[in-house]
Design a protein around this ligand. Structure first.
Ligand code: NDP
Length: 332
């Protein structure tokens, strides 16, 4: 048996994902709840305080962040900031002695990931990445069908996670996003290829799509296509773009196929196999993800979506960028 108390979570950065998903999820969780917020905006802090009944002592800004160390109501810090700020805030969170969840992609370089992992190890705290799909029943079924070879050996994976972006925001600023659609969406395709095969790629090959809107895509790619090659001969053909919509994960195996479309959304996922439709209830992925991490903290065990996994994916994305920059050269 473990601690029955609900652990307190503090969200860092009250943007769209915190507001639309993580806050509401923390009203449904069994093992944790929203205990505090960190925001640059006084208006947001006050609004969240009222909405979630937070004590004034649990509201922070980025300058008072460190004083969380002395606040026993907060057990877990969840970093929901633009990608280039993840490393700094995960390191600072670890130094307050709190366990940490960091949104995807983990960071904008492998070196940052290493620093984040080291800081958490040194502080003796757990680190997890916001990979919500590991807790989604449709995506878990894809892992099972692929890794347990239910339709025989997997041959080929097609993954596309794309969305249309038309307005300026940090995702279009290379300095804050660390890249374009590959970093933001493509990370889901990389994840899916690895969780369906249960293998690591041995080589990648990539190409940027031509820019159709150079005014908007000044510092990040507009689209990218890449191939991942696995030692067993399996191949994943992937694509991510900010100029079209796409949400597909399709797997061809020796004796059948299985797919999700949409695959990476919060809800409304649809699954199909060569033997018929997949039927699963819709759950709130973020609530399942948060509860799983709270249980990891209570039990002192590493999350299945660990910092090491986040770093592995950043390493692969950096190889994909290297190949695209080199005009499609095979990078091992
Ligand atoms: P938003 O732009 O909506 O919010 C980001 C928040 O970060 C802002 O509201 C602000 O909060 C804070 N912030 C601090 N510094 C800056 C800065 N220089 N520029 C902009 N914002 C800043 O982004 P999202 O909520 O969509 O994304 C945040 C993170 O969550 C990203 O890493 C993203 O990849 C990830 N994400 C993950 C999803 C998933 O499905 N797992 C889905 C969506 C996003 P404040 O005003 O409170 O200080």
């Amino acid at each position: 048996t473990y601690d029955q108390r609900k652990l307190g979570v503090a969200l860092v950065g009250l943007g769209r994902y915190s507001e639309g998903q993580l806050g509401p999820a923390l009203k449904e969780t069994q093992h944790c709840y929203l205990a505090g917020v960190v925001s640059s905006s006084e208006e947001k802090r006050k609004r969240w305080q009222a909405q979630y009944d937070l004590p004034g002592s649990n509201l922070y800004n980025y300058d008072t962040f460190e004083s969380m160390a002395a606040n026993p109501a907060i057990d877990i810090v969840y970093v929901v900031l633009p990608n280039a700020l993840h490393a700094e805030y995960v390191v600072r969170a670890a130094r307050t002695g709190k366990h940490v969840i960091c949104e995807k992609p983990m960071a904008t370089s492998v070196e940052e990931c290493q620093r984040m992992i080291r800081a958490c190890q040194e502080a003796g705290v757990l680190l997890s990445i916001g990979y919500r799909l590991h807790f989604d029943p449709f995506n878990k079924e894809m892992m099972h069908l692929g890794q347990d070879q239910v339709f025989g050996n997997v041959k080929r994976i097609i993954a596309d996670d794309s969305m249309t972006l038309e307005k300026e925001e940090w995702r279009l600023d290379g300095a804050l996003a660390g890249g374009g659609p590959l970093m933001n969406n493509g990370v889901y395709c990389v994840q899916a290829a690895l969780f369906v095969t249960g293998e690591l790629p041995v080589a990648v090959r990539a190409e940027f799509s031509p820019k159709t809107k150079p005014d908007l895509f000044r510092t990040v790619e507009e689209g990218i296509q890449w191939e991942m090659e696995f030692a067993s001969g399996k191949k994943a053909l992937c694509e991510s773009s900010y100029s079209k919509d796409g949400n597909l994960l399709r797997v061809t195996a020796e004796r059948g196929w299985f797919e999700l479309n949409p695959a990476y959304e919060y809800k409304g996922l649809k699954g199909q196999t060569s033997e018929g439709p997949m039927e699963f209830p819709t759950i709130r992925q973020q609530a399942a993800q948060l509860d799983d991490f709270a249980l990891c903290v209570k039990r002192g065990v590493t999350s299945r979506v660990s910092g090491e996994m986040g770093m592995r994916d950043v390493e692969i994305m950096m190889a994909i960028y290297e190949s695209a920059r080199k005009g499609g050269e095979r990078v091992t």
